[in-house]
Design a binder for this molecule. Structure first.
Ligand SMILES: [Mg+2]
Length: 118
């Protein structure tokens, strides 16, 4: 079963996503900021990543760049809020495969994941 890493500084968001993904049979690891995301990625080598943009320590854009330089094949989907369009464009240019706007629609998350994993 595919391994997914969930990265968000909001605990409730990690809980909701982890519940959704484990419910679909995915093996989930979590990180609560960009710094931890880079470390956890190296250790867990997930098949795909769902990553928040706005986080302390290291934001999602920095973490995306580091993960992609370590693993150019990394499949990262950004979790964004309304009003973050310019950061979304930057993320896509840096190699993010897709983005999901929060509050997220569970079906949209699953479709995005299946697409990047397919
Ligand atoms: Mg955040």
């Amino acid at each position: 079963m595919s391994k997914i890493m969930v990265v968000d500084d909001a605990q409730f968001m990690r809980v909701r996503l982890t519940k959704l993904l484990t419910g679909h049979g995915y093996d989930v690891s979590e990180a609560e900021n960009g710094e931890q995301a880079v470390k956890t990625y190296r250790a867990a080598r997930p098949d795909a990543v769902l990553m928040d943009i706005t986080m302390p320590e290291k934001d999602g854009l920095e973490a995306l760049a580091e993960i992609r330089s370590f693993d150019p094949g990394a499949r990262v989907i950004m979790l964004t809020a309304l009003g973050q369009e310019s950061m979304v464009i930057q993320a896509i240019k840096s190699g993010a495969k897709d983005y999901v706007v929060k509050p997220f629609d569970p079906d949209r998350v699953m479709i995005a994941l299946q697409k990047v994993l397919g």
